[in-house]
Design a binder for this molecule. Structure first.
Ligand SMILES: *Cc1c(COP(=O)(O)O)cnc(C)c1O
Length: 381
């Protein structure tokens, strides 16, 4: 029997403790019993988001949280900045267009992060811009956006800062309140190590004021419905009951570990993987100044078919990594560090990558990547 190791940036490896919770019989959601779970989920998410603001839970994938973050705050004809430095940044633009919101697109070369100065200039030149949509970790490139610096810029304006932290929440730091982030969109199947099904949106009072005036057509994704009942620890529609319950357990694991320790753990996995790539003579897609600890995007040798690398790692050896998206299709592989993964999972992934690279004719010393990662792990306990 083949193993199935997920080194993918969502869904991620689910730990056995959470599998056990997910296998339990369902309970009804309009019960004090479920309400306790819901309260625990809200409290735990506030801890991870480092926020006092409202958190809303929807039954959707991450894109549902993104959609709600557009249609619940804006109105047709509104202007919004969208930062496109990869596939997920483009999604913000597409969502804005779907709701007749006019996107002011900032194109950033894939592998780089947006400069807060660009956003500052745009906001000062057009005071009608209602929102700035950015991606915390751009999962298609492995770049982290400097949210703190953007928050400094956006807080001085009437616009709200809306962040897609679907892949980053619980993996790298996000201080929602301290950094003046107004809306965070996230989901259950990445840093929280669960199946997809719970979408998470947190909103500041500044964002809630916009929400009250929003005229975009909507029903299920109308966050006002969620806000109305959140104080009573309730959801307007049937939540993804089993996953919410498992989320409380996931959040308990996060709390036990401590946020700082968790971020250090992922950083260690990311850094060892970068060392391995370099030792194999492969470059990294993301620029060093903005490289993410959420996942590592590795440029494959010139002319190699990246699709083949991904397929062979998965179908022959049972190790799932992600390939490139958009223009990067076939050119890179992406190894995620999020989820229930440890150093031996990374070493397994790297050794499998080496094996496949060798099979496809790339010349290097077998074991060089594993040795570099091992050395990093040993020197950084
Ligand atoms: C995974 C992901 C999403 C959401 O994708 P879904 O398939 O809808 O869950 C959004 N943004 C980023 C950055 C992601 O990594």
């Amino acid at each position: 029997m083949k193993r199935n190791l997920l080194l993918t940036p969502g869904p991620t490896q689910v730990p056995p403790q959470l599998c056990e919770v997910l296998g339990r019989p369902i309970i009804h959601h309009r019960t004090p019993q479920f309400q306790n779970f819901l309260k625990e989920a809200f409290d735990g998410l506030k801890y991870v988001l480092q926020t006092q603001h409202d958190v809303y839970l929807l039954a959707a994938s991450g894109t549902g949280a993104m959609e709600a973050s557009v249609c619940s705050f804006l109105s047709p004809g509104d202007k919004a900045i969208t930062v496109e430095g990869g596939k997920f940044g483009e999604r913000w633009t597409e969502l804005c267009r779907a709701y007749q919101v006019e996107p002011k697109v900032v194109e950033v070369p894939w592998g780089r992060a947006v400069s807060p100065k660009v956003i500052e200039k745009m906001l000062s030149e057009d005071k009608d811009i209602k929102a700035v949509y950015v991606t915390h970790c751009e999962t298609s490139t492995g770049v982290t956006t400097d949210l703190k610096a953007l928050g400094e810029v956006v807080k001085k304006t009437n616009a709200i800062l809306v962040v897609d932290s679907v892949s980053a929440l619980g993996v790298i730091e996000l201080k929602m309140d301290d950094w003046n982030v107004d809306v965070v969109a996230s989901a259950s199947h990445k840093g929280f190590m669960l199946p997809p099904g719970v979408a998470i949106v947190a909103a500041s009072p500044k964002a809630q004021a916009l929400m009250a005036q929003s005229k975009c057509p909507k029903y299920y994704f109308d966050l006002r419905k969620y806000k109305k009942v959140v104080e009573k620890t309730d959801t307007p529609f049937t939540p993804a009951i089993g996953i919410v319950i498992a989320l409380t357990e996931s959040l308990r694991l996060v709390k036990e570990t401590g946020l700082d320790n968790l971020f250090k753990h992922y950083e260690r996995l990311a850094k060892a993987t970068r060392e391995a790539a370099k030792a194999l003579g492969l470059s990294l897609l993301a620029e060093e100044s903005c490289i993410s600890n959420v996942l590592t995007a590795i440029n494959l040798p010139e002319g190699m078919d990246g699709g083949k690398v991904v397929k062979r790692m998965r179908d022959t050896y049972g190790i799932s990594v992600a390939g490139g998206q958009g223009d990067l299709k076939g050119k890179i592989i992406r190894i995620a560090h999020m989820g229930c993964l440890d150093e031996y999972d990374m070493l397994t992934g790297i050794s499998c990558l080496e094996k496949v690279l060798k099979e496809l004719g790339y010349k290097f010393k077998l074991g060089a990547g594993v040795a570099a990662a091992q050395t990093y792990f040993n020197e950084n306990q």
